[in-house]
Write a protein that binds this ligand. Structure first.
Ligand code: NAP
Length: 270
């Protein structure tokens, strides 16, 4: 048996018996927005041996099986149905995390949408409003609430924010989704700015920029996008959500204690 992180279909978790009345000290708590599937679910599965977890999502995707896997992997789990683009729902989510766990250590700003697939002529104000509400405003409000709990000046003990950006922020998304790439550009700027603003509060802020990763995200694009683009990548394949999760877990951990304001590209060289 290997000791690597758990994956969605990992049979190792069947043999792990969770201890419902743990005598261990409180585990660190991680919130993963968009934790129901794709990259967010992979982060949760990689984190469940170390962290108690809150996963937020829209309620569209059944999460019972995932939650069972996370509990079997050792985590206390809070599943939150909350639109990350709605400030009140985000604030309420953090209140629920306070009540359930009583501490906060890591925010993974992962929830995101493409907002549409097409050139500039397809872009509308309504599309942009929803896209930026979820991808940018949501990330900001989550960071605000997380920082209020982790800041040493507010009685917290520091912590970490990992933003899921995209290599599209650098490449621009031309002919496909410049609007989406621009929302991730905002996340990159936010990462740089907050890393400096929150460093004195003991909070590290970093970003992972995934490249072409096999998830449902590409269902927003034309069929076969992943297969079409994979040969163009230096490593000549799409990446997996688990490969992104490894970078997220490293940035969140004390192994990265001197890393802030950094961008980790998980792109196969693209
Ligand atoms: P995905 O498979 O489409 O999953 C998206 C996740 O976000 C789901 O958990 C979804 O929840 C959640 N979500 C969407 N809208 C939400 C809202 N309004 N409120 C709360 N949660 C919401 O996408 P993914 O590939 O895992 O993407 C995760 C992140 O990685 C995104 O920020 C994306 O931009 C970024 N990224 C992905 C790639 C890639 O190639 N896949 C590349 C670069 C960056 P429901 O299940 O409830 O819908």
């Amino acid at each position: 048996m290997t000791n690597g992180p758990l994956s969605v279909n990992d049979s190792r978790i069947d043999s792990v018996v969770p201890d419902p009345v743990s005598t261990q000290p409180a585990r660190p708590v991680m919130l993963i927005t968009g934790g129901s599937r794709g990259i967010g679910a992979a982060v949760a599965l990689a984190a469940c041996a170390t962290y108690d977890l809150a996963i937020s999502h829209t309620g569209r995707t059944p999460v019972d099986a995932l939650v069972d896997q996370l509990v079997a992997g050792g985590a206390g789990v809070l599943s939150l149905v909350a639109d990350v683009g709605d400030e009140h729902q985000v604030v309420d989510s953090f209140r629920q995390i306070d009540q359930r766990f009583g501490r906060f250590d890591v925010l993974v700003n992962n929830a995101g949408i493409a907002g549409g697939y097409g050139e500039l002529s397809t872009v509308t104000a309504e599309m942009l409003a929803r896209l930026f509400a979820i991808n940018v405003t949501g990330a900001f409000i989550c960071a605000r609430e997380a920082a209020a709990r982790m800041s040493t000046s507010h009685g917290g003990h520091g912590g970490s924010i990992v933003n899921i950006s995209s290599k599209a922020a650098v490449l621009g998304g031309s002919h496909e989704w410049v609007h989406y790439a621009a929302s991730k550009g905002a996340i990159d700027t936010m990462t740089t700015g907050l890393s400096k603003e929150l460093a004195p509060q003991g909070i590290r802020v970093n970003a992972v920029r995934p490249g072409l990763i096999t998830t449902d995200f590409h269902l927003h694009a034309t069929p076969g996008r992943v297969e079409r683009m994979a040969p163009l990548i230096p490593l000549m394949r799409a990446g997996t959500a688990d490969e992104v999760a490894s970078a997220v877990l490293w940035l969140a951990s004390s192994e990265a204690s001197y890393v802030t304001g950094a961008f980790v590209d998980v792109t196969g060289g693209r």
